[in-house]
Design a protein around this ligand. Structure first.
Ligand code: ZN
Length: 459
């Protein structure tokens, strides 16, 4: 008997953020990822819109990884009456807790500042959620190991496989009856710097594939040379190198690169500050999961050696005033919030400083404005001239580029019934669609926000 079987795209469709995919099968509702929208205002406003499903009828959420655009909506579920479980890998649980607590705190502080500064259009500004909401959702988490099938309903099971994107990130193979849907989550690079490479999945009836870099190839440049050159040139001018950074993943890659450059004498021996409590906590999570990455004990020790960890907010304020040559790593990666903003407010105005963008910059974020060459940006309600040097090192990306995505898809032994493209801005998603059609000949569709697509069920 055919079952009612469908997938609905509640986020991560037409945009890179807000990933939320709802699978309905056999009377069960399973959500894969539950991310926050970030970037443009009209996207951010979606975070406050109710989901098109009664959350009390949601049986479970399965997470691909801890990044906010895949987990940031979770605290809102508890308030809406969610009674189910949230399945994830063990590192994803630890990192999600760090990320969600940090996000709640930032939102509470931002709302407070906006109300005090009077620059919010909402009166009063309200945080999307607070620490109490995070605490309400944490008991729903249940960690599961990779490689093992986990039965979550009589005819529904899933399995995690390592995806090489960040610590703890996984692909999800979701079996509904006889049909298998594979969710790529964020697909890592073929040769990640600090993580194990992505596993090859071989079978799927449906594939949901990300397309962040679906339209381009990362430059095949020597990362270490590039960093060394930019840092040395900036220090010669007496400036600071500021690296807006994703706390989870990219920060550890950068600390690893800087440690190697320093020990090889390729960069001057200048102070390195990690001005992000979240990144500091995350770096320590690496120590506890040695099988989830390829850093040895010595590499891990070197990550923190010679780096000043700035947890305390008073120390961070002092550092913001200090403009002597140094490397400052601070969140957030797209400059959408966090301590990097307070640094940027003054340091963007100085031509001697360099900002290095090291990850994807979503439309509408400060990082994207800088990447696109804006000579003036609006911050904290004021216009700030951009005189600092802006560099982008996209080869450090934690996302596969177009050719790496196609190579991974080529590893499937037979074409799926359909591939759905998600997690990309429209031109990237469409470029990948054309490429999949031309190179693989698969039936392929760019997912549209809110669309519910019926899937064929074999049994
Ligand atoms: Zn991610």
């Amino acid at each position: 008997m055919a079952s009612k079987f469908s997938i609905q795209f509640l986020g991560g469709a037409g945009t890179v953020t807000g990933s939320k995919f709802l699978v309905r099968f056999d009377g069960h509702n399973v959500m894969v990822d539950c991310g926050m929208f970030q970037g443009l205002k009209n996207l951010r406003e979606l975070n406050r819109a109710p989901l098109p499903i009664d959350v009390r009828e949601l049986d479970s959420v399965i997470l691909t990884h801890a990044h906010l655009d895949h987990t940031g909506h979770l605290p809102l579920l508890a308030g809406a009456g969610f009674k189910g479980k949230i399945y994830c890998s063990e590192p994803t649980f630890e990192l999600s807790e760090i990320i969600l607590r940090d996000t709640a705190k930032i939102q509470e502080e931002d709302a407070l500042h906006a109300n005090q500064g009077g620059y919010s259009k909402h009166n009063p500004a309200l945080p999307l959620y607070g620490t109490r909401d995070v605490e309400k959702i944490l008991p729903h988490f249940e960690v599961k190991p990779p490689h093992q099938w986990i039965q979550i309903a009589p005819r529904i099971k899933f399995r995690f496989q390592l995806s090489g994107h960040i610590l703890g990130s996984v692909f999800i193979e979701l079996d509904c009856g006889d049909e298998r849907i594979v969710f790529s989550g964020d697909l890592g690079r073929k040769h990640p710097l600090t993580l194990n490479p992505p596993a090859q999945i071989e079978n799927a009836d449906y594939v949901v594939i990300e397309s962040t870099y679906g339209d381009r190839k990362h430059p095949r440049e020597d990362l270490f040379d590039r960093f060394a050159k930019i840092i040395s040139e900036t220090v010669k001018k007496g400036g600071q190198v500021l690296i807006p950074c994703f706390a989870v993943g990219r920060t550890q890659d950068i600390l690893h690169i800087l440690a190697r450059l320093k020990s090889a004498g390729s960069i001057p021996d200048l102070p390195i500050y990690l001005d992000s409590p979240m990144a500091i906590r995350t770096t320590r999570v690496f120590d506890r999961f040695p099988t989830w990455h390829k850093l040895g004990p010595e590499d891990l020790e070197n990550l923190e050696r010679g780096v000043t960890m700035v947890s305390d907010s008073e120390a961070s304020k002092q550092l913001q005033k200090d403009d002597r040559p140094a490397i400052v790593i601070a969140g957030s990666g797209m400059m959408a919030g966090g301590r990097i903003l307070s640094h940027a407010f003054t340091k963007l105005q100085e031509p001697k400083n360099t900002f290095i963008l090291v990850g994807f910059q979503a439309a509408g974020t400060l990082g994207r404005f800088l990447r696109d060459g804006s000579d003036e940006v609006k911050m904290f309600g004021k216009y700030v001239p951009v005189n600092a040097r802006i560099e982008e090192i996209s080869s450090l990306s934690a996302h596969a580029d177009q050719s790496e995505i196609i190579d991974w898809l080529k590893g499937f032994t037979k074409p799926p019934k359909k591939a759905f493209i998600v997690h990309g801005e429209p031109h990237s998603a469409d470029a990948l669609r054309v490429r999949i059609k031309d190179s693989l000949g698969w039936p392929v569709l760019v997912a549209v926000m809110s669309d519910q697509v019926s899937l064929e069920s074999g049994g």
